[in-house]
Design a protein around this ligand. Structure first.
Ligand SMILES: Cc1cc2nc3c(=O)[nH]c(=O)nc-3n(C[C@H](O)[C@H](O)[C@H](O)COP(=O)(O)OP(=O)(O)OC[C@H]3O[C@@H](n4cnc5c(N)ncnc54)[C@H](O)[C@@H]3O)c2cc1C
Length: 384
């Protein structure tokens, strides 16, 4: 009988760590590494909107109920286009029957809460080893397969064997948390503006996470500006009924990009997962949700056999990329079209924008298609 295979996961962000937890259910040794310590990995000022596809995946891996105490839910989503002064509000009645009993359109979670729960889970698994690269080298551990989940901005020389498709938006996202009054309870907001989308995600009764997209130059200027000036600036672009009270925590800037890495006749035993495989514009909060669908796909491929053997690795790469490509391309097309059509002041697009909101407000089936695609994705029914 073959001994257990050794899998290495390089990068312990939310993708790498969920992959480790998922694969630990199989008969494998998992070596999880990162350049950062566990404390630094946990304490990042980030926030994620989670979709129904993610809920189903996290339930499957027995994690959803552990995250529930840290989730903030929203049951309405307001979408506004400032150029055409159009708006629409999507509600749980627009969700498909199989998910509307959840009574939520989506959920929001802080990175630190998520990573705390995931690291507790890692601590309970005897076959996950959170270990430094130096220790791996010292102990001369050899690996049967490697999973690269080093995020969007890491450089890796193995990437030379891959076809790299990239679109630079020349935009960045300024993120900050603010206390607000005048909002509807449990409502998330997406406001399309000429300089880029502005998203408001509920984090508590009056606390909101702001994701403010604009040119990188403008974002950096705002990051370095006086905090009172930044609040004044923000209050001028929020809906008039909103009253900004105060800023909470740090202000950060993240670059945004669209990218996809595909293998070029490459039979070596490693694959890219999560943001190191693909990135999208954060409009619609699709990034991490799509990363976790990669994890679900990897688990399903290996889960077909009780005991993962070396011969299962031969076709693995082909199965992984072919199973994931359609969902990823759909997410690229949707997020990029939203930016191309709605995040500029181009008057030629005015009729398309006006018509889109007219259809969204008048036709229930259009609202259903839009909302259910965003929260379920194309593969919802295949998540078992
Ligand atoms: C402003 C903004 C808002 C967003 N909002 C949402 C949202 O609402 N919902 C959503 O689903 N997604 C959202 N996203 C996307 C989401 O943040 C990413 O998809 C997600 O963080 C990707 O996780 P990851 O683990 O793949 O990569 P990362 O989180 O980048 O983690 C990569 C890890 O790899 C490590 N690493 C790097 N290089 C090496 C190396 N050489 N060796 C070892 N380790 C290495 C890093 O230290 C890091 O810990 C947003 C993104 C942005 C920019």
């Amino acid at each position: 009988m073959e001994s257990k295979l050794n899998f290495k996961i390089i990068g312990s962000g939310p993708t790498g760590i969920l992959l480790a937890i998922a694969l630990s259910k199989l008969n494998l040794n998992i070596f999880l590494t990162d350049l950062l310590s566990k404390e630094k990995l946990i304490h990042k000022e980030k926030t994620y909107a989670l979709t129904h596809s993610t809920r189903k995946i996290l339930k499957k891996f027995n994690l959803w109920h552990k995250l529930i105490p840290y989730l903030f839910c929203f049951d309405t989503l307001s979408i506004t286009d400032t150029l055409t002064s159009s708006y629409s509000t999507l509600t749980i009645s627009d969700l498909d029957d199989d998910i509307n009993t959840e009574n939520n359109i989506g959920w929001v979670i802080k990175h630190s809460d998520l990573m705390n729960v995931f690291f507790q889970e890692v601590g309970k698994k005897k076959n996950i080893f959170f270990i430094s690269d130096q220790k791996i080298k010292r102990e001369k551990i050899s690996f049967d397969y490697q999973f690269i989940s080093t995020g969007a901005n890491s450089f890796d020389k193995r990437v030379l064997n891959f076809l790299n498709i990239k679109k630079i938006y020349r935009q960045s996202c300024l993120t900050l948390k603010v206390l607000i009054r005048g909002h509807e309870r449990g409502r998330a907001y997406e406001i399309f503006r000429e300089e880029g989308p502005l998203a408001l995600l509920p984090l508590d009764k009056n606390l909101y996470q702001i994701i403010w997209t604009s040119s990188t130059y403008k974002s950096l200027e705002r990051l370095n500006s006086d905090k009172n000036l930044l609040m004044d600036n923000l209050s001028t672009i929020l809906p008039p009924q909103f009253k900004l009270d105060q800023m909470v925590g740090e202000v950060n800037v993240f670059p945004v990009s669209l990218s996809l890495k595909l293998p070029l006749f490459n039979f070596k035993k490693y694959i890219y997962v999560g943001d190191s495989f693909h990135t999208f514009h954060p409009v619609g909060g699709q990034g991490l949700n799509t990363c976790w669908r990669d994890v679900n796909c990897i688990f399903d491929i290996f889960n077909k056999n009780l005991f993962v053997k070396k011969r299962d690795l031969k076709l693995f790469k082909f199965k992984y990329y072919s199973n994931r490509i359609i969902d990823i391309i759909a997410t690229i097309v949707i997020t990029d079209s939203l930016i191309t059509i709605f995040a500029n002041g181009n008057l030629i697009l005015f009729p398309i924008r006006k018509l889109s909101f007219f259809l969204l407000n008048k036709l229930v089936f259009i609202r259903k298609i839009v909302l259910n695609q965003m929260t379920k994705s194309l593969i919802y029914s295949k998540i078992k």
